[in-house]
Design a protein around this ligand. Structure first.
Ligand SMILES: NC(=O)C1=CN([C@@H]2O[C@H](COP(=O)(O)OP(=O)(O)OC[C@H]3O[C@@H](n4cnc5c(N)ncnc54)[C@H](OP(=O)(O)O)[C@@H]3O)[C@@H](O)[C@H]2O)C=CC1
Ligand SMILES: O=C(O)C1=N[C@H](C(=O)O)C[C@H](O)C1
Length: 242
């Protein structure tokens, strides 16, 4: 059986992961939190699953490379420098990084890309997300993933068109931009809505996570898929055949 090592094991996602591992035909190699030994868990596991904090990424990837252990990176709030680290790691081991491991969001991203490719720049794209009061990063990893899908549909890099901060006298909306709005409160597991606002009509595509268990099951499905893969950077759409 595939042994899963959890980075961030005492956190909300770490606990959700631990509760589904056995039901999904895997075993738990163990887990670490801040101050833990990533080298030991990387050596003990067949595959690592990281739902922790961006500050953990560099040492976690170094340990995964040293042990030649594939890794799923689910942590969000990553910077361009973190993505460069992931690209470098993927030259040596199998890595799957995603802002959302659910089936629903993986399919939603495809639909968003298709919609953006079909609609002209006179359809304004806005992405709204809501999460629980404990979330520390914004926009969410999922919102950025959906923004990347929309930008890809339009054939432009997201970094050139994204607008994350509107306040005060912003001026009118610039055509072709993709806006983000983040709400925080209560215990919301994760709601995302992509709005295509056109002249006289709107299309809204969305997803609501009702329970963190969907992320836990998606993560273990991805980890089991990743465990025997050669070096490379993989995507959830490949895991799910979407
Ligand atoms: N991709 C996806 O589908 C999903 C992604 N996420 C993302 O997963 C991450 C974790 O979310 P959540 O579980 O709610 O957060 P929590 O804050 O509940 O848990 C984070 C855990 O990571 C641990 N941690 C912090 N630093 C390190 C470190 N250097 N090494 C190892 N462990 C460390 C913390 O330990 P300590 O308390 O000791 O600091 C804590 O136990 C977030 O980035 C979130 O956005 C969440 C759900 C789905
Ligand atoms: O922090 C969370 O809880 C979640 N984080 C991910 C994100 O940033 O999109 C995925 C999910 O929405 C829950």
């Amino acid at each position: 059986m595939t042994a899963i090592g959890i980075i961030g094991s005492a956190g909300r996602m770490g606990q959700a992961l631990a509760s589904v591992v056995a039901d999904m035909g895997a075993t738990l190699a163990g887990g670490i939190d801040a101050g833990g030994d990533p080298a030991a868990i990387a050596a003990a596991a067949d595959v690592l699953v990281d739902f922790s904090a961006p500050s953990a990424l560099e040492t976690t990837l170094a340990a995964a490379i040293a042990a030649h252990t594939p890794i799923l990176v689910g942590t969000t709030g990553l910077s361009p420098a973190h993505h460069a680290m992931i690209d470098a790691a993927a030259a040596k081991i199998a890595v799957l990084q995603t802002g959302n491991v659910s089936l629903g969001v993986t399919l939603l991203a495809r639909l968003v890309r298709e919609a953006a490719a079909s609609l002209g720049n006179d359809w304004d794209i806005e992405i709204v997300e809501m999460h629980h009061r404990h979330k520390v990063d914004a926009p969410s990893g999922t919102a950025l993933l959906l923004g990347e899908a929309a930008a890809a549909g339009r054939g432009v890099p997201l970094r050139e068109v994204k607008v994350e901060d509107r306040a005060g006298l912003t001026g009118a909306r610039s055509e072709g931009t993709i806006g983000f709005a983040s709400l925080r409160g209560g215990s919301v597991a994760g709601d995302h809505q992509v709005i295509f606002a056109g002249p006289g009509e709107r299309i809204e595509l969305g997803h609501r996570a009702e329970d963190r268990a969907i992320f836990a099951r998606g993560a273990i499905t991805a980890a089991l898929w990743l465990a025997d893969k050669p070096a490379g950077r993989y995507q959830m759409s490949e895991v799910l055949g979407l």
